[in-house]
Design a binder for this molecule. Sequence first.
Ligand code: ATP
Ligand code: MG
Length: 351
Amino acid sequence: MKASIVVLPGDGIGPEVASAGVAVLRQIATRFGHEFTFAEHAIGGDAIDRFGDPLPPQTREALLAADAVLLGAVGGPKWSDPNAPVRPEQGLLAMRKLLGVFANVRPLKLHPRTAALSPLKPERTKGVDLVFIRELTGGIYFGAKTRSEHDATDECRYSVEEIERVVRHAFALARTRRRKVTSVDKANVLETSRLWRSVATRVAADFPDVALEHQLVDSMAMHLLTRPADYDVIVTENMFGDILTDEASVLAGSLGLSPSASIGGPGAGVYEPIHGSAPDIAGQSLANPLGTILSAAMLLRHSLGLTEEAAAVEAAVDHVLEHADLTRDLGGTATTHAVTRAVIEACNAKA
Ligand code: ATP
Ligand code: MG
């Protein structure tokens, strides 16, 4: 198949990990006979430096024409002055809005070798294989805000439609997995959560083969550490998802390992590692590329429908996690390039 992929390297280690993802996608294209084209564009701090805009017009135009987007990372101390007129993160928000993506998908699967780096005991992390779906467009982050000398307010608002589309996504995904959805809310206190719960219950009726459980966010925070293996698909609103996915990322052993996808809109999906721009290690080939490479696998599966190709990348990463020297964050001594090469070789070896 033909696919045009926009690559947004961004800042810090972003360019290093993005080029690792592209190298693996090129290998997959060769092995399976696809024609992928890659177009690099500016976003974030890099785009502010070069064009004075965190999401310049030429990037926007390319995004609207893309089949999928592979992103490195955005931001860094150089642009972090809170009084600056433009900030790198505005580029991310503008991109999400432009593409209409509303579901942020974060799988968490622990490999035995890296689970040893997790703060949880091995018996707790055994069998963990879950996916978070975080609503991305609504809730308290986007509500009306006021601030006076004496008080401040942040409005939290959700429409039925916003809840329904993301919950449906969770049920559809659960059908391809262990058929269990955990919907997280705070329905004992919040009106938006009561609406969330009623919509989730109604949607569940359309998926009789999938089990739905409701869980309060505070107890979810606890169960994520005490019995993470019990969960399959977890769906929740924007702020709860922000907090819980950061908590969950600790279970994986390194930030460098976890992929994510932002999908659901009419436009292309955006695939990126969950880590930030890691300015402390940028430019030294110390960055772990596996989170980006696994994001590229999600891109193949979700945006291009290439299931076998995605599985080939994931199997190659598993092989590398099992047998190869890894980057420093995983206790190894390998460079970003060496790990990327090992993944590409593992892709070939299985051909
Ligand atoms: P952001 O605000 O952009 O999300 P952050 O403050 O969460 O950034 P990161 O940039 O993700 O922070 O980095 C946190 C720590 O994890 C840093 O010490 C960084 O070096 C390390 N780290 C992040 N990503 C990787 C990676 N791919 N490989 C190795 N180490 C990483
Ligand atoms: Mg962060």
